[in-house]
Design a protein around this ligand. Structure first.
Ligand SMILES: [Fe+2]
Length: 158
């Protein structure tokens, strides 16, 4: 399989996290009753899907590296899912547990996008600046949403 550059490999990780985020938001949606939070989670899931599509479009132009990149994404998705299953695997988990997991996951997603942004200052790969402009505000918003959601549930739980 073709060797990926540091930046390409990082793009694969961002893609894998976006795939995992779609599953995580679905899982947490089942744990909460609050309709407004459910709606927020659905929106986050949709935006994760859009992020994945953007990455697909960008990386499909990387001749000969598509397979290696998809493999990197799969590996990262698997790791994220393992974490989710560890954190939310029990049958006594509630909505707040779900949001606590998302706090970590969304911070991880945002951090990876910022790493891509930083690497691309040197690499200047075509299309990456546009990708970052699209994805970074979404991830910043997701971090804010999950924090607000977690605190709302925490206030209700005591
Ligand atoms: Fe996200």
């Amino acid at each position: 399989m073709a060797e990926l550059s540091e930046l390409e490999s990082k793009l694969g990780e961002v893609m894998g996290l976006a795939q995992a985020a779609q599953l995580a938001t679905k899982k947490v949606e089942k744990l909460v009753q609050d309709e407004q939070l459910k709606e927020t989670l659905r929106q986050m899931g949709e935006e994760a899907a859009q992020t994945e599509q953007r990455l697909e479009a960008l990386t499909s132009e990387l001749q000969g590296k598509k397979t290696a990149l998809a493999e990197q994404a799969r590996e990262t998705k698997r790791e994220a899912q393992d974490m989710m299953n560890t954190y939310l695997g029990g049958d006594d988990v509630d909505g707040l547990d779900g949001f606590e997991f998302l706090l970590m996951a969304e911070a991880g997603e945002l951090g990876h996008v910022e790493i891509v942004e930083e690497m691309n200052k040197k690499v200047r790969m075509e299309g990456v600046d546009e990708l970052v402009s699209f994805v970074k505000p979404i991830q910043e918003k997701h971090c804010r949403f999950t924090r607000e959601g977690a605190l709302k549930l925490a206030a209700e739980e005591v």
